[in-house]
Design a protein around this ligand. Structure first.
Ligand SMILES: [Zn+2]
Length: 174
């Protein structure tokens, strides 16, 4: 259960929230990045894979702060985030994992789970200091075949570390 969200002057609403939009696409089987639904949210791969294995865990509702979640829900959300990160780690065996909950652009609880590989040119810095034109270069967007392979791989690891409510349907790999 979620407590009432207090209004904040500059807070985005569900109406212009990219995360809500993407969750809507998952529900319509139209989100090609969707991997699995857990109890508290959705696991998706990042649109761009400059950091190989970059995944996100989206809270199921439009909630802006962890403190607005009931204790039990918050604990479950954090536990599931940790499980997703573990699966990502097992999948891609990075040198280090980054776990980030920011929400400055879209204030809807969503974790960025970023594998930092041995080849990382800036291992001591956050990924956001790398220019967006590099992180989100078109060449880093996986094609359909690559995306499906990545989803299958992550799904197999997720199954071994957490309970899955539902998962992607390969028929809807757009
Ligand atoms: Zn939202």
């Amino acid at each position: 259960m979620v407590r009432q969200v207090l209004p904040v002057a500059d807070q985005n609403t569900m109406k212009d929230c990219l995360i809500c939009e993407r969750i809507g696409l998952i529900k319509e089987n139209k989100n090609p990045y969707f991997v699995a639904e857990l109890e508290t949210g959705y696991v998706v791969l990042g649109d761009f894979q400059f950091y190989r294995g970059y995944s996100l865990f989206l809270y199921r509702n439009h909630v802006t702060e962890l403190s607005l979640l009931e204790k039990e829900t918050k604990q479950k959300f954090l536990e599931e985030m940790s499980n997703v990160a573990e699966a990502v780690y097992q999948c891609w065996q990075p040198r280090k994992m980054n776990y980030e909950l920011l929400g400055n652009g879209y204030p809807h609880l969503h974790w960025h789970l970023v594998p930092r590989h041995k080849s990382d040119s800036e291992p001591r810095r956050t990924i956001w200091t790398i220019d967006r034109s590099i992180r989100e270069a078109e060449g880093t967007r996986p094609n359909r075949t690559k995306l499906l392979k990545m989803k299958e791989k992550l799904y197999q690891h997720l199954k071994s570390v957490t309970s899955i409510t539902s998962s992607y349907d390969p028929r809807y790999n757009l």
